[in-house]
Design a protein around this ligand. Structure first.
Ligand code: GDP
Length: 441
């Protein structure tokens, strides 16, 4: 996700960090690079123009240029602007408190990931203590109702099908079914088409007026790039909706859609989906996403992931890592668990530079890269793995020889560990002091 954009932005910041003072020319060059990186990531050009103008205006002040740490200030400004571009703060799912059941309706094009998103949302809501019912109102796509039923069964959530009925009637009946079954929220899956079509829009409007959903969410495929904006705008005009579920962010989406949609359509991203499993839907946090794009790591994400670990052994390891710091063995352990797609693997992708270290997303981690890192760590003594700080020049040469790598590669690995470990250290001291403000990191 966002890998190439992330690399390019981080490259720009690395160049700035290499300079002590910054001139207006330096800022101009950096802003040009940011502009190109965003355009290449398929961000809408108007959005890019406004974004870069705003960053530039804030960077070209004497406060930034004459400060003791100008490059840090530039990074901070880009981080703030990026967070703002992604929506600023989390946009919560709002549902009437005095209504049972609440109704959430999902709309979107066929193939966007709508049916699976219904299931993922049900899974997430159940984790929050709700009791959902899924309503199969996509009666046109062959097997959509079967798919919903199979997935619903997998996560233990009931599915209302109403076979043979009109979708509006199924939606209405599903609300009654929820009352009978003591479910407190209905998630309505609606029909999708390959392209926007009048019939589909009208049906969505009809279902909406029949069941008056608390929230209508539009599912959009992140791979669509900035074309998302056109689709979202049309849906917004016809059916109107409250927010976006951005699906398939785990793929090699360049990020253009996710970065353009809020500003161009005014609709917030509420959830992102990062995989096919029912557990792969996450609440969207603009600040966390911005930090990940800029390679700063996602501290809250790590804490959430550690807390959610079902496997006791993994949860214990995650806690040890947070409390005692990261050893080379921990790093190896995480990389190995990525191979097995285990929970710990998720953590490394949220550490600073973690995505880069993996080469790709956790799901598609570059096997060769993992083998290389593993060989280097295995050439270290136990003492070196526990306390990588003791690895001096001589030892680095020995590790390089022993693992068949260059000293530069060993240096890069140790630097990577150092950055990750520093973040763990900051998290630890903030957790200990009870002050968990990621803005200070
Ligand atoms: P619908 O036609 O909009 O209902 O789409 P589906 O929910 O059937 O999804 C279409 C395909 O996309 C299925 O194969 C899903 O497994 C896949 N899919 C959905 N969301 C994601 C996601 O976040 N990541 C990945 N990798 N695949 C997804």
């Amino acid at each position: 996700m966002f890998n190439s954009l992330s690399d390019r932005l981080q490259g720009t910041f690395d160049k700035l960090r290499g300079k002590g003072r910054l001139t207006e020319d330096d800022i101009n060059v950096a802003m040009r690079e940011i502009r190109l990186a965003l355009l290449e990531a398929d961000v809408n050009f108007k959005v890019v123009k406004r974004f870069v103008a705003s960053c530039k205006e804030r960077c070209m002040t004497s406060e930034v240029l004459d400060s003791l740490t100008p490059s840090q200030n530039v990074v901070r400004i880009v981080l703030e602007e990026l967070t703002e571009l992604l929506g600023g703060t989390e946009s919560k799912l709002t549902m009437a408190q005095n209504r049972t059941p609440n109704v959430i309706m999902l709309v979107g094009l066929q193939g966007s990931g709508k049916t699976t998103a219904c299931v993922k949302l049900a899974y997430l809501l159940r984790k929050q203590g709700r009791n959902p019912l899924l309503a199969a109102c996509d009666v046109y796509r062959p097997a959509a109702a079967d798919q919903l039923e199979t997935l619903g069964k997998e996560i233990g959530v009931p599915v209302f099908r109403g076979d043979g009925q009109h979708p509006v009637q199924i939606a209405k009946d599903s609300v009654q079914e929820a009352v009978d079954k003591l479910c407190d929220v209905v998630i309505v899956d609606t029909a999708g088409r390959l392209q926007i079509d009048e019939f589909m829009m009208q049906e969505a409007v009809d279902i909406k007026s029949a069941v008056r959903p608390d929230q209508v969410l539009m599912v959009v495929d992140a791979m669509t790039g900035q074309d998302i904006v056109n689709v979202v705008t049309e849906f917004a005009e016809r059916t109107d909706f409250d927010g976006v579920i951005m699906s398939k962010l785990d793929g090699d989406a360049r990020g253009g859609g996710a970065l353009s949609v809020r500003e161009v359509t005014g609709k917030p991203i509420k959830f992102v989906s990062m995989g096919e499993k029912p557990s792969s839907l996450e609440v969207f946090h603009p600040d966390r996403m911005a930090r990940r794009i800029l390679g700063m790591g996602d501290m809250y994400g790590i804490i959430d992931a550690a807390q959610e670990m079902a496997d006791e052994e993994q949860a214990r390891k995650a806690e040890k890592m947070l409390m005692q710091g990261l050893t080379m063995d921990d790093m190896l352990d995480q990389l190995q668990s990525i191979r097995k797609m285990g929970g710990l693997g998720k953590i490394i992708s949220m550490l600073p530079g973690g995505d880069k270290l993996l080469g790709e997303t956790p799901e598609a981690a570059d096997e060769k890269q993992l083998v290389r890192i593993e060989a280097m760590i295995r050439s270290m003594t136990q003492e070196e793995r526990d306390k990588p700080k003791i690895i001096n020049g001589m030892r680095r040469q020995r590790i390089a020889r022993g693992s068949g790598h260059t000293v530069q590669e060993v240096n890069a690995l140790i630097k990577q560990w150092d950055e990750m470990n520093k973040m763990m250290g900051k998290m630890r001291s903030m957790m200990n002091s009870g002050n968990m403000n990621p803005k200070q990191m």
